[in-house]
Design a protein around this ligand. Structure first.
Ligand code: SAM
Length: 227
């Protein structure tokens, strides 16, 4: 049984995709996709031995070793040319780590892979990387699972470089258009966090005026977006 978070990620993997799931841990996502015959082939990449052996035993238990290839590798190094990967999932990590994995594995990207990314935090960094590297964001989703809010960002290589505005990078161009109740709740929460940061700074007579000012501008921006 998949979490709502991973189930939602799985919905972005098109039938017939040759998948690389990077940082797979127990391999729950690729196992689900293989069991449901959505993917005919998957690479299960893990940088750490413990999680990889979890993945191997789960894959064996499900008798899916002919479909799923577990590999001990750092990031996109798990991908080999013969894999002909058409979709890459990277889920459940910070945006910094996801961006680092993409950046340091760039030479593995042929440009025909759909990227399906689920950062736990730091979504703007991921969007910025996608923009700078010539990707177009095709779908974005925001959901609550187990009282956490998660965003899913999918992208493909664009024929023309996209120019996302600072607000589009911060909030997500598509989420910004939609402004769903979950989106608004997330950003109301983000305002509360920023207000607490300012209050604490003032209590500690930490008078980094510029920083306080910067946070106040962010609060104003968020308020304008969700009003
Ligand atoms: N993707 C799964 C999910 O969304 O539930 C597992 C997420 S788990 C929190 C993150 C996993 O990424 C860990 O098992 C960790 O070992 C792995 N990881 C971290 N850095 C990695 C890297 N550079 N390459 C491959 N795997 C990595």
């Amino acid at each position: 049984h998949l979490s709502k978070r991973l189930e939602t990620v799985s919905e972005h993997v098109e039938r017939g995709s040759r998948l690389a799931d990077i940082g797979s841990d127990h391999a729950y996502l690729p196992i689900y996709l293989a069991k449901n015959k959505i993917i005919p082939y998957g690479v299960v990449g893990e940088v750490a031995k413990g999680p990889l052996s979890n993945a191997v035993s789960e894959i064996k238990k499900e008798k899916l070793l002919s479909v799923l290839q577990p590999r001990l590798a750092d990031g996109l190094a798990a991908i080999e040319p013969g894999d002909n990967i058409t979709a890459i999932t990277i889920a459940g990590m910070g945006g910094n780590l996801i961006t680092h994995i993409l950046e340091s594995g760039k030479e593995k990207l042929k440009g025909n892979e759909k990227l399906i990314l689920q950062p736990n935090v730091g979504e703007p960094i991921v969007r910025k990387w996608l923009m700078v590297n010539g990707y177009q964001i095709k779908a974005e989703q925001i959901l609550v699972d187990d009282s956490h809010t998660y965003e899913i960002i999918t992208a493909i290589k664009a024929s023309q470089k996209m120019a996302y505005s600072p607000n589009e990078l911060m909030f997500g161009s598509l989420l910004l258009k939609e402004k769903s109740p979950v989106f608004k709740a997330k950003w109301r929460e983000e305002i509360g966090q920023r207000q607490r940061v300012i209050a604490n700074m003032q209590k500690a007579s930490h008078t980094d005026i510029q920083k306080i000012q910067r946070i106040k501008v962010e609060i104003k921006t968020i308020n304008e977006v969700i009003k």
